[in-house]
Every structure is written in structure tokens, then in C-alpha cells.
Design a protein around this ligand. Structure first.
Ligand code: MEV
Length: 316
């Protein structure tokens, strides 16, 4: 074993969250400017130590902390490489806020898997990486679609359908996205479970909302291909109305979405699992995005980010 390192990025779901769990398509973007890195350094004292903002200490003492699923993944990876008791120091450095719908758990799983494969000098195929990441995501969320890990490990926007290989998509040369954090933690597991309960209690209307999000996502892909930002914005708004109906929005999300719309956003919605976390707003230029950032900050956003399509590394 040598020192191994792995990288992943934040992700934002442009459209399709929640419906993607039920087989509908989703479109998600890696945010290269918000990275997460994992470095696995071998040690000779037999200790297995983690330093991260999620967890600090020995792997054996993880218990049921938020790091438990990643700890299980790490143990399985080390066992796979025949080194379950190898001494190491794992350092995770992250610019991602946890529990804000930006995919911090999937990004951690991706970066840790890449670091372990690198430490054992072994090539890692994309499908194998997603299989490993799915293991910790299942422990955390119960029924993940796999979208978060697919996007956290990608360089390009992804068209994603559960159980199928993701397809890269191109972004328009114009347009910007503002991402704004409500500051309210959102739990993916609870939000996914809320939709599952709605489906069990009221199958027909809930299924109709899920299908409507899928249809909006397909139209959004056409708008992206046509570089039609107003049409894309309209589909973001349509998706938001159905996400509200599914019970995964939050008054603080609604406040930021209203502020962004009043400041000229072409469309705005929650991103990720909701019930807190982040929202996104589409702007037709970087200057318009700056105005929206100012408006959502005045409306209470605790942090904002901006993704200009023209500068995006993710653009083809
Ligand atoms: C969470 O980032 C996205 C959800 O659609 C869940 C999933 O796809 O696993 C809410």
C-alpha cells in the first residue's frame, strides 16, 4: 500500500430529484469549484485514523455517527484488497456543506473509493466506482437512485436514469446558475421516505407528480440542447410546483425561490432532497446571477455559489 488520493465534487440536481428514485430521468451537474479530496496515507503503527469535518478519530470508534456508512465502505474496500488491518491515516478535505443537497455523502464515498484504489495501485472502472459508492449510499439513504455518486464522480453534466449508465450532456454557452443554502439541514433519507409514504397513502396523485417531474425533465433536456434558457427556467418552475406537492420543500426554500424570481431568475427550485438544504436559480447572464445572489442573500441565504455555463469546466 502506498499513499493514495481521490477527488470528487459537489453536485447539483438541475431537475428530476425524487422522481429519479422511481425510474424517471434527472439532469445533474458536477460543481468543479466545490471539491472534496481524500488522502489515505499508510502508517506502521496499525492504527486506523480518520481526520475530517464529519468525523475525527479511530475507525473502530465510529459507532453510529454520520461517518458510519463511509467507515463500513472503507472496511469493505480494505477487506477487498486483503488488508483489513492495515494501519492508515485517512484525511478528507471538503468545501461541501453536509446535508445541504449538494451530495457530500456521495462525494465522500467516491473520493474514498478512488483513494483506496490509488493506494493499491489498481485501475478503477466507472461502473465499479458507482457500485462501491452505492453501498454506503444505501446504508445512509435506504433507496438511493445512484444519481449523486454518478455526478460527484463526473466531469460533465449527467442525464441519469436509475439502473442505466449515465450519459454526458452539454450545457449552453450562455446562462448561469445561482446555488443558495438555506442553512437548514436536509436529510435525504427522511425526504425520500416522505415521498415513499405519500406514494403509499395517495398512490394516484403522487404518481402523477412523479410523472410530471419526469416530463418536465425531458422538456428541460430539449431546452438545454436548444440553448433555450427561458424554456429551461419554465421547466425548473414546473418541477418545483410538483416537489412542493410531494412535501419536500420548506418555507425557507420558498422564501429564497421567491426572492430569486423577484430579482429576475428565469426559473428557481430546490435542489437535492429538499426539506431544507439548497435552492438553485437560473439567470441569463453572470451579471443577472450577481443580482440574484444579492437578493437571496438579503432573503436569508447563508451561502451562495455561482456556476457560469460559459466558464464551466463541465461544459463540453
Ligand atoms: C438526493 O440528492 C436526490 C434524491 O433524488 C435521492 C436520490 O436520487 O437518491 C432525492
Amino acid at each position: 500500500m502506498k499513499t493514495g488520493s481521490g477527488r470528487a465534487t459537489a453536485k447539483i440536481i438541475l431537475i428530476g430529484e425524487h422522481a429519479v428514485v422511481y425510474g424517471q430521468p434527472a439532469i445533474a451537474l458536477p460543481v468543479a469549484s466545490v471539491p472534496l479530496t481524500a488522502t489515505l496515507t499508510p502508517t506502521t503503527d496499525g492504527q486506523q485514523v480518520v481526520t475530517s469535518s464529519f468525523y475525527q478519530g479511530s475507525l473502530t470508534a465510529v459507532g453510529s455517527s454520520r461517518f458510519a456508512a463511509i467507515a463500513t465502505l472503507l472496511r469493505r474496500l480494505l477487506t477487498f484488497f486483503g488488508a483489513p488491518h492495515a494501519g492508515f491515516h485517512l484525511t478528507i478535505t471538503s468545501a461541501l456543506p453536509a446535508e445541504r443537497g449538494m451530495g457530500s455523502s456521495a462525494a465522500t464515498a467516491v473520493a474514498v473509493t478512488r483513494a483506496v484504489y490509488d493506494a493499491f495501485d489498481t485501475p478503477l472502472a466507472a461502473a465499479t466506482l458507482l457500485n462501491w459508492a452505492a453501498q454506503s449510499e444505501r446504508l445512509l439513504h435506504g433507496n438511493p437512485s445512484g444519481l449523486d455518486a454518478a455526478t460527484a464522480s463526473a466531469k460533465r453534466p449527467q442525464w441519469f436514469i436509475k439502473g442505466q449508465p449515465p450519459l454526458p450532456l452539454a450545457l449552453p454557452t450562455r446562462g448561469s446558475l445561482v446555488i443558495a443554502d438555506t442553512g437548514i439541514p436536509g436529510q435525504t433519507k427522511a425526504a425520500v421516505a416522505a415521498v415513499a409514504s405519500a406514494l403509499a397513502a395517495n398512490p394516484a396523485p403522487t404518481q402523477a407528480h412523479i410523472a410530471a417531474i419526469g416530463a418536465a425533465t425531458r422538456r428541460a433536456a430539449i431546452a438545454l440542447a436548444d440553448s433555450d434558457l427561458p424554456a429551461l427556467g419554465r421547466e425548473l418552475n414546473v418541477a418545483q410546483t410538483h416537489l412542493v406537492a410531494l412535501g419536500v420543500s420548506h418555507p425557507r426554500l420558498a422564501r429564497l425561490i421567491d426572492a430569486a424570481t423577484a430579482a429576475g431568475a428565469l426559473g428557481a427550485k430546490l435542489t437535492g432532497s429538499g426539506q431544507g438544504g439548497c435552492m438553485i436559480a437560473l439567470a441569463d447572464s453572470p451579471a443577472a446571477a450577481e443580482q440574484i445572489r444579492a437578493a437571496v442573500t438579503a432573503a436569508g441565504a447563508v451561502a451562495t455559489w455561482q456556476l457560469n455555463f460559459a466558464e464551466s469546466e463541465a461544459r463540453s
